[in-house]
Design a protein. Structure first.
Length: 335
């Protein structure tokens, strides 16, 4: 019996998931809802699904649901789906602000349903190479620099507006916060300097992170760099060892003082494979089948939000912020 899965939102990212889910024989892509009915109809037609006329209709017809709507709508829709007992795949970010993130994490814990967050980069082959090297002890990170730039905050036309995005860090940089935890474990504190260069929003960050392991790392993220490659990059240095990623296309590594550098390139793969989308969707269906736990949990989603809020708090106060001392009631989504 195939799992009936529905989509809420039929925009760009929903099209990726619809394509991948309809290629998985274990899935019946059932109902799709979008505020703009013509989008739901077009996507449903392409994949043999049905356009729904409401969120409730999708929840009534499907065992699991993908939330693919704009950032600020995730929590409300996710709470509704969890309350209806549905298994949920929710696009990033998990929530905007700590109070909402806490509310959603608690609701998921109480419901006991499956909840996966769309941090697809974990499953990009370049990041799998780096993760495996760390997990298998071939690389012990001593020094780390991460970078995630954007070319502009002009396109789409609302991307500069923190009322719609939650803030610059909630857009693509949220992936880096998840990856930093994925590779290096929990973060104990952050110290941040930030500027608002355009649009009156903080869009230029230099971040120092201290991990519970004792490792420290730097991350920079800037909104207006032009799309000069690589705008996304990790540099990880161990004892006489270096790993460098270049977008999600390429990873280079060198072990030892007199050894050659190995470079693996993945840009011949489709974007769905290279960016980890196919693998995250496959793993979600595996979790539905009971084969494994969800690959990126509600707690993982929460922790990325907690890090973002710690960064905004440090940027505003100029203080080092200990992540565990952040209070949900004192840290809101306002910038
Ligand atoms: N993981 C990734 O790599 C990745 C990539 C792109 C987008 N995203 C995330 O996915 C989400 C959607 O982004 P997108 O680029 O697909 O946006 P989009 O604007 O292309 O699509 C969003 C769709 O949601 C619909 N919508 C808005 N509010 C709705 C509601 N309450 N109920 C039903 N439909 C509603 C809109 O009409 C639109 O069609 C965002 O949160 C974004 O951050 C993640």
């Amino acid at each position: 019996m195939a799992y009936s899965i529905g989509l809420i939102g039929a925009g760009e990212v929903a099209q990726i998931h619809a394509e991948l889910l309809s290629q998985d024989a274990r899935v019946h892509l059932s109902h799709i809802y979008d505020l703009r009915g013509e989008r739901a109809e077009a996507l449903a037609r392409r994949h043999g699904a049905q356009a729904a006329s409401s969120v409730e209709e999708v929840l009534g017809k499907c065992a699991a649901v993908y939330i693919c709507t704009p950032n600020t709508t995730h929590v409300e829709l996710a709470l509704q789906a969890v309350a209806a007992g549905k298994n949920v795949f929710c696009e990033k970010p998990f929530a905007i602000g700590l109070p909402a993130a806490q509310k959603l994490r608690e609701a998921v814990q109480q419901a006991g349903t499956l909840f996966q967050v769309g941090h697809n980069r974990r499953f990009a082959p370049v990041y799998q190479v780096l993760k495996k090297a760390i997990d298998e002890g071939r690389l012990t990170p001593h020094s780390v620099h991460a970078r995630m730039n954007r070319g502009e905050l002009l396109n789409p036309p609302w991307v500069w507006n923190s009322k719609l995005t939650g803030g610059f860090l909630y857009e693509t940089p949220v992936h880096m916060f998840d990856l930093l935890r994925f590779f290096f474990g929990d973060v104990e504190w952050v110290q941040v300097a930030a500027h608002a260069r355009e649009h009156g929003e903080l869009d230029d960050f230099s971040i120092l992170l201290g991990f519970t392991s004792g490792l420290h790392a730097t991350m920079t993220t800037y909104g207006h760099a032009t799309w000069h490659f690589p705008f996304e990059r990790f540099e990880v240095f161990g004892h006489h060892a270096t790993y460098e990623t270049f977008e999600m296309d390429r990873v280079s590594f060198t072990h030892g003082l007199e050894s050659a550098t190995t470079t693996l390139t993945f840009n011949q793969l489709s974007r769905n494979d290279c960016w980890g989308y196919r693998e995250e969707d496959r793993l979600f269906v595996d979790a539905l089948e009971g084969k494994c736990a969800v690959a990126v949990s509600a707690d993982d989603g929460y922790r990325a939000i907690e890090l973002i809020e710690a960064c905004y708090h440090s940027a505003r106060s100029g203080q080092r912020v200990h992540v565990a001392t952040l209070q949900a009631d004192t840290v809101g989504a306002q910038r």
